[in-house]
Ligand binder design. Structure first.
Ligand code: SAM
Length: 241
């Protein structure tokens, strides 16, 4: 939990919360941009200390999730021969996947400054680039806590790049993200709503309901999908090409 608390309470990451009202009033600018003068991903590119803190926060979140993810969704990964973790941060998730499923050819993909500071693993390839332009090819693409950072238009764009990178018929995109359900009494329901506000303040993205996800996947051209709740804040969505 330490990296999560250190990142959440870092002064630079707290500033945007003081600009929530201004962010809410603006159609196109996030509270983060108003408070820090630039979007979060640009800020992290130019601030290595804060970038490391952010990536360590995400890695700590991954360590809390992987046991449940692999137990509840073993079949999601078992049949794969190759997988690219798009926006995979410092590599913690894809390296855990390789350790659990060593038959999968694993690739970590992220922005150049993130890849330059990511972990090394002899069996995990590292590729840098921009997911809005292209994504390395594989049988499956993992998008873990990526789409909730972006608007619907941007998500459709990312999903289309992912769809281009997987084989027709046998390819899939594995999305690990929150599914909001306003009716539920689930113990994590309120945490999911807090994350929704966090995304609004920090990235300009949002958490999504079942209908929102269905709509996005349809717009991006996926033929079918399966949504599976797991014992975590996130659910696992498999979208088939
Ligand atoms: C919220 S983090 C998720 C990290 C990781 N997937 C996880 O769950 O721990 C979002 C990631 O998207 C990456 N990212 C942002 N814009 C990107 C882009 N245009 N192309 C590739 N990666 C990008 C960030 O660098 C960051 O690592």
């Amino acid at each position: 939990m330490v990296p999560i608390i250190l990142a959440l309470t870092h002064k630079n990451f707290m500033v945007p919360w003081h600009f929530m009202k201004e962010g809410l009033k603006s159609e196109s600018t996030t509270a983060f941009e108003i408070g820090m003068g630039m979007p979060i991903w640009k800020f992290l590119e130019g601030h290595p200390v804060q970038s490391k803190l952010f990536n360590e926060e995400m890695a700590a979140e991954t360590r809390l999730l992987t046991k449940t993810l692999f137990e509840d969704c073993k079949d999601t990964f078992q049949g794969l021969d190759s997988l690219v973790d798009v926006g995979g941060g410092n590599g913690t998730t894809i390296m855990a996947i390789y350790e659990a499923f060593p038959h999968i050819k694993c690739t970590l993909y992220d922005l150049p400054h993130v890849i330059a500071n990511s972990r090394d693993h002899p069996s995990v390839e590292k590729v840098s680039g921009d997911m809005f332009k292209s994504v390395p090819t594989a049988q499956a693409i993992l998008l873990k806590l990526i789409l909730h950072d972006w608007t619907d238009e941007e998500c459709v764009n990312i999903l289309k790049r992912c769809k281009e990178a997987i084989p027709k018929e046998t390819g899939k995109v594995i999305i690990v993200d929150v599914v909001l359900d306003e009716e539920t009494t689930h113990e994590l329901a309120k945490t999911r709503l807090v994350l929704d506000i966090d995304m609004m303040v920090s990235t300009g993205g949002r958490e999504r309901t079942l209908d929102d996800w269905e709509n996005l996947l349809k717009r991006a051209g996926f033929r079918s999908h399966k949504i599976r709740p797991i014992r975590a804040i996130q659910s696992v969505i498999e979208a088939f090409s």
